[in-house]
Design a protein around this ligand. Structure first.
Ligand code: ZN
Length: 285
């Protein structure tokens, strides 16, 4: 999967949300049957990114991670052996204590943890547990039980669903954007109500709010004379700029979506959440 395709998935939205508020764990396990390598690279970019929305996929750090030439993002390989040799892992352990060259983090990607045997994991454990704060470890393991419980307990697991659908989310993002731009109050409320009726899970709502928010942010930048170098959705951006939304309305809506996205992290009911958003959007637009 292309990274630009992965960037549209729910998992990517969750990683982006965590990274942008500085809460992305430095020890992650990517499991499940989705594209684990793409997820790990995306997370590495998020850790190194100097943009506001992490990863922006446009700053020099993101571009280097994408091109696999970032000096501080290391894919741990051992082409000589079927399993990662213990001397390779010891090398990682030593290297982790050398400060990053140019990035904020030293990121070690283990692209296939079936090749990381028990001995290697034990060598690595202490560094994962109490390594320097800038060291990050990204483990790709379709089945996370290949990792020792001691390693797993130190990591946040990010399970990727099979061939994550990107189409449906995009459609929702475009619909909500259109309803915000066109100012149809009743239609907007009906759309939000439908999400409740369809029992859309909070994670998907979070991804929807975030998807809409970043495009509104692009529009606000453009209105302020700083058009984004790489707009997330050029067509949607144009429609927003053609609408009569003011800077204040855009800013208000961006803040609302951020607030409601945060609510999604807590155990609030989807009904009150969507109802509250509908009312607040109406007041703001
Ligand atoms: Zn970036």
């Amino acid at each position: 999967m292309e990274l630009s395709t992965f960037a549209k998935t729910n998992t990517a939205a969750r990683l982006r949300a965590a990274a942008s508020r500085g809460a992305l764990s430095h020890a992650l396990i990517f499991s499940g049957s989705g594209d684990l390598a793409a997820a790990a690279r995306y997370a590495a970019a998020a850790l190194e990114c100097t943009g506001a929305d992490k990863p922006c996929l446009a700053c020099v750090h993101c571009r280097k991670v994408l091109a696999d030439i970032h000096p501080d993002v290391i894919t741990v390989r051992d082409d000589e052996h079927a399993e990662l040799g213990v001397e390779v892992i010891r090398g990682v352990r030593t290297d982790a204590f050398i400060r990053p060259n140019e990035g904020a983090c030293k990121v070690y990607i283990f692209p296939d943890c079936t090749r990381l045997n028990e001995k290697g994991q034990n060598v690595l454990l202490k560094t994962v547990e109490e390594g320097p704060p800038y060291a990050a470890f990204l483990f790709c393991a379709e089945n996370p039980s290949v990792l020792l419980p001691t390693i797993r307990s130190r990591c946040v697991e990010c399970k990727l669903p099979p061939a994550e659908a990107v189409g449906a989310d995009d459609e929702r993002v475009r619909t909500l954007l259109r309803l915000i731009a066109e100012g149809h109050e009743a239609e907007r409320a009906a759309f939000l109500l439908r999400l409740e009726v369809e029992k859309v899970p909070r994670e998907e709502l979070s991804a929807l709010f975030e998807g809409v928010r970043v495009i509104l942010a692009d529009a606000l930048c453009a209105l302020c004379g700083v058009p984004p170098a790489a707009p997330r959705d050029a067509q949607a951006l144009r429609a927003l700029l053609d609408s009569r939304l003011t800077r204040a309305q855009l800013l208000g809506t961006i803040e609302l979506l951020e607030t409601y996205r945060k609510h999604c992290d807590y155990n609030v009911g989807v009904g009150p959440l969507l109802g509250g958003l509908a009312v607040e959007l109406e007041e703001n637009l």
